[in-house]
Design a protein around this ligand. Structure first.
Ligand code: NDP
Ligand SMILES: O=C1O[C@H](COP(=O)(O)O)[C@@H](O)[C@H](O)[C@H]1O
Length: 494
């Protein structure tokens, strides 16, 4: 690949922990033929100091690397004021000079790894100060969150689209870089045994859990305005729902896949007003013990209001009112300071019509297909088979496939894949504006209710647990229960 990559926010956490190690891995694999990186941030640094910090980030993420000095020699730095045209003029000169030196064919990727309030301003300046006037391609990679609600997302999109075409905009959702999230489509559409069953005649419910043990860490200021609904549900969880629910695309082109995902969003049942608290549960963590360490309540975290109304946990029932999914609940739950770090999808199939092989006092095990997204990666199919040596009693057996990238949790690999996709011009695993707009309009109706009613019962779950008790009731009233993510782990982890 041949490109000049300009990273806005190059001294930040994301750049250090994810982007530089990912770029190194691409470099090491020979995927970066001709490349240079211009790091841009506010503080004053020399290019040598910047190269040192890139080196430190790569070494601390990946260990000793033989070609690190050669790698960092491709990095340059400019201290920059995002709202000042003079800064962009200097940046343009530097970019043109580097383009010439490395023969980068005028290909440019602008990666906005900064606070979202700067996204629109930067995009507008890139155009007005002529950094986008290149003879090769120009692409804009945008980090999340893409807006705060539908109205702000529309405004941001307008600013971005005045400088870039939709096909030049790469809105990152790092879950779409995860190996097993990408695998959802393949599991569904490359197996004759699943697709005929993938509908409301055979599936009773789908459960998606993404639990974290970490708290809000240093991100209190951002999180106070976001909460779990905007931070995780609007993007990552909704994307997984779309991949699980979409119709088979007529081919694997970006447009076809995106348009099938959009059709799912269009079929989402609107949940608003009084229905919100019937379909959704919010929670906020109190103090507790996580992995044997005593941790404070959310309201005690830095930059968090002592009476914060922000949810650190959300669970809900999402209904997709179309022919395939009518009547099948998609239950989602995600939160911080839960008992375990795990992202899993459980597809629960309907019970067989009659229990011939189980003793009457025992429960019939439904068939489950579990997609393990992280930390372990793989799939498990829960079946029933005859107990060895017994009469005709059935017992549960599990067929497991473990991906080799085991325990690849939140590693740079996701970003590595997404960066490579962007350089190749493949936007399939980035979110199209229509997906963003539909998911905001779904989420906005929930936040409207939650923001206008104070959750005086907060905090309502102890750190180190799986959320408030109402979350179990959400399923119980439909006759289901959450499959415990830790029990499902066993086969693949050991
Ligand atoms: N960190 C993560 O794991 C994740 C981050 N993201 C998203 O990535 C983006 C960046 O996050 P993160 O790296 O954590 O943020 P940080 O706060 O760590 O870094 C912010 C960066 O922006 C620069 N910056 C801030 N203000 C200005 C300004 N006025 N002019 C020029 N540069 C400025 C900072 O430069 P300086 O140091 O010089 O002030 C720094 O390089 C955000 O949109 C976030 O939501 C998304 C998913 C995960
Ligand atoms: O986007 C985000 O994701 C992380 C969780 O990502 P994972 O890959 O570790 O599952 C979350 O911690 C963060 O709050 C959110 O902004």
């Amino acid at each position: 690949m041949t490109s000049l990559i300009m990273i806005f926010g190059a001294t930040g956490d994301l750049a250090k922990r994810k982007l530089f190690p990912s770029l190194y891995r691409l470099f090491e694999k020979g995927k970066l033929n001709k490349f240079a990186v211009v790091g841009v941030a506010r503080r004053s640094l020399s290019t040598e100091e910047f190269q040192h910090s890139v080196k430190d980030s790569v070494l601390s993420a990946l260990g000793k690397k033989d070609r690190i000095d050669e790698f960092i020699s491709h990095f340059y730095y400019q201290s920059h004021d995002v709202s000042d045209s003079n800064s962009y003029a200097m940046l343009k000169n530097l970019a043109d000079e580097i383009d010439e030196r490395y023969q980068l064919e005028g290909n440019r990727i602008f990666y906005l790894a900064m606070a979202p309030e700067f996204f629109g301003t930067i995009a507008l300046h890139l155009k007005s100060d002529k950094l986008t006037e290149v003879k090769g391609y120009k692409r804009l990679v945008i980090e999340k969150p893409f807006g705060h609600d539908l109205a702000s997302a529309i405004e941001l999109n307008k600013q971005i689209r005045s400088a870039f075409l939709e096909k030049e905009v790469y809105r990152i959702d790092h879950y779409l870089g995860k190996e097993m999230v990408r695998n959802i489509e393949v599991i569904r559409f490359a197996n004759a045994i699943f697709e005929p069953l993938w509908n409301n005649r055979y599936i009773s419910n789908i459960q998606i859990t993404s639990s974290e043990v970490l708290g809000v860490e240093e991100r209190g200021r951002y999180y106070e305005t976001s909460g779990a609904l905007r931070d995780m549900l609007q993007n990552h969880m909704m994307q997984m729902v779309a991949l699980l629910a979409m119709e088979p695309p007529i081919n694997l082109s970006t447009d076809e896949i995106r348009s099938e995902k959009v059709r799912v969003f269009r079929a989402l049942r609107t949940v608003e007003g009084e229905q919100v608290n019937e379909y959704f549960v919010r929670g906020q963590y109190g103090e507790g013990t996580v992995e044997d360490v005593q941790v404070p309540a959310y309201r005690e975290e830095t930059m968090v209001d002592k009476e914060s109304n922000t949810e650190t946990f959300v669970a809900g029932k999402i209904m997709i009112d179309n022919f395939r999914w009518a009547g099948v609940p998609f239950y989602i739950r995600t939160g911080k300071r839960m008992s375990t770090k795990s992202t899993k999808i459980v597809i629960q199939f309907k019970d067989i019509p009659m229990n011939l092989y189980y003793q009457t006092e025992k429960m019939l095990n439904p068939n489950l297909l579990v997609i393990h997204i992280q930390p372990e990666e793989g799939i498990t199919l829960h079946l029933n088979a005859k107990k060895a040596g017994g009469h005709l009693d059935a017992q549960e057996v599990k067929l497991s496939f473990a991906n080799t990238g085991i325990h690849a949790m939140n590693t740079p690999e996701g970003y590595e894949k997404l960066l490579l996709d962007c350089m190749r011009g493949d936007a399939t695993n980035f979110t199209h504006w229509d997906e963003v707009a539909y998911s905001w309009s779904f989420v906005d109706k929930i936040s409207a209710v939650w923001e206008s009613t104070k959750a005086d019962y907060f905090p309502n779950y102890q750190s180190g647990t799986m959320g408030p008790k109402e979350v179990d009731e959400l399923l119980e009233k439909d006759g289901y229960f959450w499959w415990p993510v830790t029990d499902l782990e066993v086969d693949i982890c050991k």
